[in-house]
Design a protein around this ligand. Sequence first.
Ligand SMILES: Nc1ncnc2c1ncn2[C@@H]1O[C@H](COP(=O)(O)OP(=O)(O)OP(=O)(O)O)[C@@H](O)[C@H]1O
Ligand SMILES: [Mg+2]
Length: 265
Amino acid sequence: MAKIISIHSFRGGTGKSNLTANLAATLALQGKRVGVIDTDIQSPGIHVLFGLDEARLSRSLNDYLWGTCRIEEAAHDMSEQLGAQRAAGGALFLIPSSIRAGEIARVLREGYDVGRLNDGFGELIRQLRLEHLLIDTHPGLNEETLLSMTISDLLLLVLRPDRQDFQGTAVAVEVARKLEVPNMYLVVNKAPPAYDAVAVRGQVESAYKVPVAAYIHQCDEMLQLGSAALFCLRYPNHPYTQQVGEIAAHITRVNGSGDLPQPRS
Ligand SMILES: Nc1ncnc2c1ncn2[C@@H]1O[C@H](COP(=O)(O)OP(=O)(O)OP(=O)(O)O)[C@@H](O)[C@H]1O
Ligand SMILES: [Mg+2]
């Protein structure tokens, strides 16, 4: 049964796109059929982690939203990147958002039909026979974010141990509860090594009453990699990769609703 997973944070730069891409790669390596969709239409970036440059980014989510292609035609097969470690059946597809300035400006100027995005999620799962659809989002709350929360089987809220993030996360948790997201986890990322992991975990879990799925340290290797590749493939035994594995295990345990977003009549 397909599972829809949204990766969100109230504030920007928490590490959502890196986490989404690495989580998708981890699940695909385990033999799952995984789709990643970049709904950060205003400031897309996850395609960079998959090495997809502007020249190869032929069709994007924008084309689908403007009605010039079907959603599955905007899907780029990234499975080859996973190499020989990929378990049988594993596949990874990316639906990028356009990085062309004119196309970003057009979305901001004209907007788009959010209902069409909803239809696209369901259609992608059906056409590509996805087991997991991961949604990378724009920070803060906007229409796409609310939609992605509404249809998610599981929501990952990423936060740094930072007071601004703490306050913003409280808002995101409240909204997710109102939208009755069935499974919600926090991911603490970029934690300074000097912080006490047990204390911070306990602090956030008791503040939000939401379990922490992973606690990830700020690491130099990630900074040095600078989004040039998928971290978990480059550093398969690194603590970051292990924590991503923990989140993947949570995803595997959660039941999909089987309730795909339905096309509007
Ligand atoms: N655990 C970590 N340690 C060190 N650097 C990290 C870590 N996680 C992410 N980063 C770095 O933080 C930066 C932002 O990461 P990323 O683009 O994934 O965040 P984001 O939440 O998607 O940002 P935005 O809100 O702008 O979409 C990148 O340079 C990335 O390499
Ligand atoms: Mg991002």
